[in-house]
Design a binder for this molecule. Structure first.
Ligand SMILES: [Zn+2]
Length: 432
């Protein structure tokens, strides 16, 4: 062994030694949003060891331990990593309608890798992905968890489950093509079987299509598509397997039957009424209302190949959904933050905060919807998420200024840490 190789092996040994030692980070900022207490705290200090937060305090009472790596986010506000409860991470917003037929499962998985990075850079450290063909979202989740690619932590549904000819079927082609959506199931027994199947292939959560939708050809956006009996069977089966249920529902009857059946969150909720609000409150369920994307769909949809029928459906419910959101907030219904990313470009998720405030929510409630509230509706998957507190994952982001004064700061995230690893600093990506 020559001198050069001996020196090299010494360096390698030192690298191995440091990589196995616990690293402690001492992080300071001008302000912290305490999502549990619902207020801002001045001059916070956060101690992080490996992937977890170990202590949180004021800089005056929690000094830097000897040997800790220091990250000083001077002038910035830290918050827990954001959570989006409704994404389609493997979908592209710029390919709609018949053009989408040309997208293969491998192509969608590759798009997912790029989209996951963009979304992480935007400050979203956790996503609940609700609907992906070919289990592309399962593959992406596993790749991120294995450290093969960088992205938010993903909780995924695989194929969305719904009725023949419904929102979650493939309805673009005529009968001669025999094209059926992967999640199609009719009747309580078939739905139970389909839930067992997606669980078998790696789903963390169940996505149901309870009513028609904007992007599905040939259905009415408000029309109910799963019966109360089918919804009850789905919830019973999913909960038995320990899986939460997200139900896509625009129309009033479908929303209310899904709530009666006990789904965990209602997606879209466009035509929810006073009965829906009362049911949601009585049962402690949340609405995920994607009130940002209407602007994008109407402005860009036709260019992206979206069917005229879908544009017309969006026009018929987009504004109504925002009015329903305002009424639901006034009625005190719990809102979780879900955006339908993939319908609009990934990475723009944070634009929904300003819409939520414009339509009646306080900035702190909007931030809680995407942190502590979202974590709650993830059930046990949300343990360790949604707050900057000892024992939680070190998922921490920072913005300039005070997001409680200007919530649009969340569209310009400067710093992103996920599980103790920094992916963005000083407004620039840290490549991995
Ligand atoms: Zn969706």
């Amino acid at each position: 062994m020559n001198l050069k190789s001996t020196a090299l092996s010494g360096v390698l040994l030192a690298m191995i030694a440091t990589s196995t030692q616990a690293e402690t980070i001492y992080l300071t900022a001008a302000r912290m949003i305490d999502t549990v207490a619902g207020k801002a705290v001045a001059d916070p200090a956060v101690l992080i060891t490996d992937d977890r937060i170990t202590a949180v305090g004021a800089q005056t009472t929690l000094p830097a331990p000897a040997g800790a790596r220091r990250i000083d986010l001077a002038g910035q506000t830290i918050l827990p990593g954001l959570i989006d409860m409704h994404t389609h991470i493997t979908s592209r917003a710029d390919i709609g309608g018949y053009r989408a037929l040309a997208i293969t499962t491998p192509a969608s998985a590759i798009s997912g890798v790029a989209n996951a990075w963009k979304t992480l850079q935007a400050g979203f450290t956790t996503l609940r992905n609700v609907g992906a063909d070919g289990y592309a979202d399962v593959a992406l989740r596993d790749s991120i968890n294995a450290g093969e690619t960088a992205g938010p932590r993903l909780f995924v549904s695989g194929p969305a489950i719904g009725a023949t000819g419904g929102h979650c079927d493939d309805n673009l082609l005529p009968a001669s093509y025999h094209d059926t959506g992967e999640g199609v199931a009719d009747g309580p027994d078939a739905i139970r079987r389909k839930i067992r199947e997606v669980h078998k292939y790696g789903a963390d959560v169940i996505k149901l299509c309870a009513t028609g939708g904007v992007f599905s050809k040939g259905d009415s956006v408000g029309g109910q598509q799963l019966s109360l009996e089918e919804l009850k069977a789905a919830v019973d089966e999913a909960h038995m397997l320990g899986l939460k249920v997200a139900a896509h529902a625009h129309g009033t009857a479908g929303i209310n039957d899904a709530l009666r059946a006990g789904v965990d969150t209602i997606e879209h909720a466009s035509l929810a009424d006073a009965d829906s609000f009362a049911l949601a409150k009585a049962k402690g369920l949340a609405l995920d209302m994607d009130i940002y994307n209407d602007d994008y769909i109407l402005a860009e949809g036709t260019k992206n190949g979206t069917l005229q029928e879908s544009i017309d459906k969006e026009r018929s419910i987009g504004r109504k959904q925002r009015e329903t959101f305002r009424a639901a907030v006034r009625a005190g219904v719990t809102m979780a933050f879900g955006t339908d990313a993939g319908v609009y470009p990934h990475g723009d998720n944070g634009r929904q905060f300003a819409k939520m405030v414009e339509w009646g929510m306080t900035p702190i409630l909007a931030i809680q919807a995407s942190t502590v509230t979202a974590a709650h509706y993830l059930g046990s998957l949300g343990d360790g998420l949604g707050a900057i507190a000892p024992g939680k994952f070190a998922d921490i982001i920072a913005v300039a200024g005070d997001p409680l004064a200007d919530v649009s700061e969340l569209e310009r995230v400067k710093f992103v840490m996920k599980a103790g690893v920094v992916y963005r600093q000083d407004g620039r990506a840290v490549s991995r």
